[in-house]
Design a protein around this ligand. Structure first.
Ligand code: ADP
Length: 502
């Protein structure tokens, strides 16, 4: 089966959050299993060029009709981790993808409408796909575009699957915007179609993907249920409930080659469950991880003189991620004798400025290290060098960082919501479940509930190093690779294909 992903991100060349990781990890796994998988993304000016192999221009003048005019596009091709990636590079005066960022421009809707139209046209004209896999609002409208190609222009269109990674972002816009890609708003801006249910004056691109794709997935069974049944659906509850026969949740994996403490190029030392044998069993760390902790302390100027657990965070700093609890945790961790290491950045200028203020206030504190940027190397150093990792989200579609932390022997404390609930059970209060790994969890999104879990984690780290070590090794051995999720996606792809062929 030939699979094409059309996405705004792919790690490690263009990544803002988990979407990039998922497209990369899932594609590599299906490719490895003999299903040629390619990806189409925009040719951003911020691509990590050193991650691209054999970059060349495969088409100089691929034409795309947009807003009543024809525009030429260069189509670049490169290899990323064995995957073939196509990049759309438009010759358009708005320079859609030369903005120094993936998202956050005033014309994001227009930028991604252009990308959606160009990608679908290119894949239908030049690629022979059996299935097209879309991701999130930036490419969701391809569902509607493809439906017009099929019903109006009588073209043969492969089945389309949409994965929603986060309902918080839906691509709301003025109805006339879709004129630019040749869709008539009169046919779509209707209450049971693409008219937004919370903001009726707006058209909602994500709704288009949900309605016109042959199947819709989200990234965990719990988030699938929460979005159908509660306010977490952000206004899409009724639509999703009405289409529940084609809507399901598949938990994400992480790329076990990329996130691997045994080989990670960003770490000063390497380790694995095997190297753990070399350490005395009563110690709560393992050879290699201890050096990673020292390197992290040096990088963030944390005082290494006394044994203290490092509590790490790597996160976009948006309300979804429980920013109020993260802010509270900075002081609470230090009061409980730990050190706090945060890497995070925000598109929300109010939140970013607030953290910058705290960063200035804590500059001289030897137990607090805050870095407010996006940096791949430091992310890896925090996953490896911390003892505990916190994910206190208000809601969480899946969450990758708790699974990455486990892979690096760092014990997660998570709030019981969405994918966090599906991946981590509480080692003190829940009975062990085979599909989940052990950590610490809390229910209420409050500083008090968080403190209770933090106290239990730090207590175990300090007073029962042998137990802690067991927990670490259990987490490192847990299989959160793409093996199982990719199998589920392939089953879904196959079922869509068999309906299409019948
Ligand atoms: P989301 O997609 O909602 O941001 P996920 O947990 O699914 O959350 O994925 C987050 C991914 O982004 C992880 O790979 C994490 O390491 C990475 N990440 C988040 N913030 C940063 C940052 N400031 N610097 C580097 N990587 C980051």
């Amino acid at each position: 089966m030939r699979i094409i992903h059309i996405s705004a991100e792919i790690a490690p060349v263009a990544k803002e959050g988990g979407l990039g990781d998922v497209v990369y990890g899932l594609s590599r796994e299906t490719n490895k299993r003999g299903h040629p998988t390619s990806i189409i993304i925009p040719f951003y000016d911020i691509l990590e060029i050193e991650e691209l192999e054999d970059l060349f221009c495969s088409f100089q003048n691929f034409p795309v009709k947009f807003a009543g005019q024809q525009w030429n596009n260069r189509i670049w091709t490169a290899t990323v981790g064995n995957l073939k990636v196509y990049f759309i590079d438009p010759d358009h005066p708005a320079r859609f993808f030369s903005r120094g960022t993936i998202y956050g421009c005033h014309d994001d809707v227009e930028r991604f409408l252009y990308f959606s139209k160009a990608s679908l046209d290119f894949s239908l004209a030049k690629m022979d796909a059996d299935l097209i896999h879309l991701h999130d609002w930036p490419t969701a409208i391809i569902g509607a575009l493809a439906n017009e190609e099929k019903t109006v222009h009588k073209k043969e269109i492969p089945p389309i699957l949409l994965t929603i990674h986060n309902m918080d972002y839906q691509g709301r816009c003025a109805p006339w915007e879709i004129n630019k890609i040749g869709l008539d708003p009169q046919n779509y801006y209707l209450p049971d179609l693409m008219q937004d249910s919370l903001y009726p004056e707006a058209l909602n691109l994500l709704r288009g993907g949900i309605i016109y794709s042959q199947a819709v997935t989200t990234v965990s069974p719990s988030y699938c249920k929460e979005t159908r049944e509660t306010y977490i659906g952000e206004g899409l509850e009724e639509l999703l409930k009405g289409r529940q026969e084609k809507y399901s949740g598949i938990i994400n994996g992480i790329d076990f080659d990329y996130w691997n403490p045994k080989t990670d190029k960003h770490l000063p030392s390497h380790y694995s469950t095997e190297t753990a044998q070399k350490f005395v069993s009563a110690h709560h760390s393992i050879e290699g991880k201890k050096q990673a902790k020292m390197a992290l302390q040096e990088r963030l100027k944390l005082d290494p003189s006394e044994p203290r657990p490092i509590i790490g965070v790597v996160s976009r700093l948006v309300p979804q991620k429980g920013v109020h609890i993260i802010l509270h945790a900075i002081r609470s961790v230090v009061e409980k004798g730990g050190q706090f290491a945060l890497l995070g950045s925000s598109q929300n200028s109010e939140i970013q400025q607030h953290f910058e203020q705290i960063q200035r206030e804590c500059a001289c504190n030897p137990h607090i290290g805050l870095n407010l940027k996006h940096e791949e190397r430091l992310a890896h150093m925090i996953f490896a060098g911390s003892d505990i990792f916190i994910v206190p989200s208000n809601f969480e579609p899946c969450g990758l960082t708790q699974m990455i932390a486990l892979r690096y022997g760092t014990i997660p404390i998570v709030r019981k919501t969405g994918g966090l609930k599906d991946t981590i059970y509480d080692r003190d209060n829940d009975s062990p479940e085979e599909e989940k790994a052990a950590g610490f969890t809390f229910e209420d999104p409050t500083p008090e509930a968080f403190d209770q879990a933090l106290g239990r984690a730090i207590g175990l780290w300090r007073n029962h190093p042998g137990e802690w070590r067991k927990l670490m090794l259990q987490g490192m051995n847990h299989d959160y690779s793409w093996k199982k999720p990719a199998q589920e996606y392939l089953q879904l792809y196959n079922s869509l294909l068999s309906v299409f062929l019948s």
